[in-house]
Ligand binder design. Structure first.
Ligand code: ADP
Ligand code: MG
Length: 555
């Protein structure tokens, strides 16, 4: 019997990349992604313009938003997208850094592998380096969570974003809001509603002690200012909707038609009566309200809102304590919520509703203004970042200095630790340390500064002080603590930890098996292979509609 008979265990059209091919494909994909993202890092970082499949434009500097909108399909690069999302969920900032650092760690690993180091050795060295890095981070962190620190933390997060020109005032708003909702050292970010209303400028933003609903009441005749308002929240329609199912009612004579209409009216009247009986002053209905029913409600003095967005409904319910009623029979005085002050007011050109002094005293809103939707969207992303870092600092009470001061100190201390380790592992730890240079290098590069000069001088400055970092505006090396450039320890901790974890996971992959097409480019190159002999990166060029210059050259 022939023993060299090939055995097929996979369908013939399955794509498979093994060993070093798989690894270099993955590393190159991640390096490319990091290369795209890195130009947005820091106060002098640039923005990206993205268009989604519907043609909507997004202008942003936010790492997590960019990678989310890019629709990346290459599996390893997707792992970096995941860590950026996780970074956003956990701490709300540092999303660009985490991808940039992960890309650089992989790049360093690739160099080591090309020099003949084994994968397990690289992983071991990187793990040791990581353990040391986290220890150093803790050592160099500063214990502080006073208001002044929180303001600086917020400002650092906002610097470089579209909102930078109003960063002081926006930081005030964020810190104010965070301190309002703080409870036992924790900040429930959900309680802060950032509501965007276009028109006027960012500096017209303000904070509300309660909720704001971007809607006006249906009736124009009822009072627009009520003290101690009783609020009903209904998920039940007060109208008869055309059903999705094709239903036919056979009517044979006119009296039947009248009976049918009367029956509908009767049912609506019944619903309206139940709303009136509950004693509600204001009704927020997630579904539609029939005109006749609305008239009846107005007649009874009940202010009504129809088709209120689900997110608003949830917020109203949470803030006022109103029960979310989805069956009209459950609506009664018990299910009503309470707002100390209900009123309708005009912001710029449209009317919005305020619910202040709510049952939950901690419900807080920030009304974010800006000339256009693109402005308010990007400012909102900056505020989300700022809220994330402020909340993290209130909870953790530990900060580190920014402007690459912390990364330079990490390099220094991890390197001196490496000196104590002998053999090949030392080289891997040194490489791990060197990866952090990507942060000062990129900050300098994005600011148009001489990167080699800056990094060399920064390193020299750390002989005397661990706080020296890069003032990208003036191109000088300054004490970042004095400068007030602070970041939460948690942001750095999470970023370095998850970048290292992702790097290790990617290094461990030595075989990629995919159904035909899954690893293929969705871009213009249909051949499935480019000239570099490297398998294509799925999705990246195709994911950026309008051909945003495609990808930077691969190495
Ligand atoms: P990320 O998404 O990673 O937060 P950013 O674009 O917000 O990316 O840039 C963060 C980097 O910019 C951090 O390394 C931070 O220390 C640095 N940075 C922020 N403000 C300043 C400043 N005023 N001077 C120098 N560096 C700064
Ligand atoms: Mg940031």
């Amino acid at each position: 019997m022939a023993n060299n008979q090939p055995i097929f265990i996979l369908p013939a059209d399955t794509q498979r990349f093994k060993g070093r091919d798989a690894l270099s494909m993955n590393i190159n994909a991640c390096k490319t992604l990091a290369g795209i993202i890195r130009t947005t890092l820091g106060p002098k970082g640039m923005d990206k313009m993205l268009t989604d499949s519907l043609g909507d434009i997004i202008l942003t500097n936010d790492g997590a938003t960019i990678v989310r909108e890019m629709d990346i399909t290459q599996p390893a690069a997707r792992m970096l997208v995941e860590i950026a999302k996780k970074q956003e969920d956990v701490v709300g900032d540092g999303t660009t850094s985490v991808i940039v650092v992960a890309g650089e760690l992989l790049s360093k690993a690739q160099e080591l592998l090309e020099d003949g180091y084994s994968t397990p050795l690289v992983i071991k060295g990187f793990r040791d380096g990581l353990a040391k890095a986290l220890e150093v981070l803790n050592d160099i962190s500063i214990n502080s969570k006073d208001k002044d620190t929180l303001l600086k933390i917020a400002q650092t997060a906002i610097t470089g974003k579209g909102a930078e020109f109003e960063k002081e005032m926006l930081s005030d708003l964020i810190v104010d809001a965070a301190l309002r909702v703080e409870e036992d050292g924790k900040v429930d970010k959900e309680r802060i509603n950032i509501q965007r209303i276009s028109g006027d400028s960012v500096k017209d933003s303000f904070i509300v002690d309660g909720l704001i609903v971007d809607k006006a009441p249906m009736s124009k005749s009822l009072p627009r200012d009520i003290k101690d308002a009783k609020i009903a929240v209904l998920k039940y329609p007060i109208e008869f909707k055309k059903t999705n199912i094709d239903s036919k009612v056979q009517i044979t004579d006119p009296s039947q038609m009248q009976a049918f209409i009367d029956n509908e009216k009767e049912m609506l009247k019944d619903i309206v009566d139940k709303v009136i009986a509950s004693g509600a002053d204001v009704l927020f209905c997630q579904k539609g309200i029939d005109e006749a029913a609305e008239n009846a409600l107005t007649h009874a003095g009940i202010i009504s809102y129809k088709r209120v967005r689900n997110t608003d409904i949830e917020r109203i319910s949470k803030a006022t304590g109103a029960k979310f009623v989805s069956n009209i029979d459950d609506l009664n005085s018990e299910s009503l919520g309470h707002a100390g002050h209900y009123y309708v007011d005009k912001i710029f050109d449209h009317e919005v509703t305020f619910l202040e002094k709510c049952e939950d005293p901690k419900a807080t809103s920030i009304i974010l203004r800006g000339s256009t939707r693109h402005v308010t969207e990007e400012v909102k992303r900056a505020l989300d970042d700022a809220l994330g870092v402020v909340a993290a600092t209130i909870e953790d009470g530990k900060v580190v200095v920014g402007g690459a001061a912390c990364e330079i100190e990490l390099i220094k201390q991890i390197k001196s630790y490496a000196e104590t380790i002998s053999g090949k592992e030392q080289i891997a730890i040194l490489s791990f340390a060197d990866a952090f240079e990507v942060i000062p290098r990129t900050l300098a590069e994005n600011a148009g500064l001489d990167t080699i000069d800056m990094v060399t001088n920064l390193k020299a400055s750390h002989e005397n002080s661990k706080n020296m970092g890069l003032d990208v505006i003036n191109g000088e090396i300054v004490d970042m603590e004095k400068e007030g450039v602070l970041e939460p320890l948690k942001v750095k901790f999470q970023a370095i930890n998850s970048a290292s974890e992702a790097c290790e996971m990617i290094l461990r992959i030595d075989d990629m098996v995919a159904a035909r097409g899954a690893l293929e480019s969705t871009g213009t190159d249909e051949s499935g292979n480019d000239d570099s002999g490297m398998p294509p990166m799925g999705g990246m060029p195709g994911g950026m509609p309008g051909g945003m210059g495609g990808m930077p050259p691969m190495m």
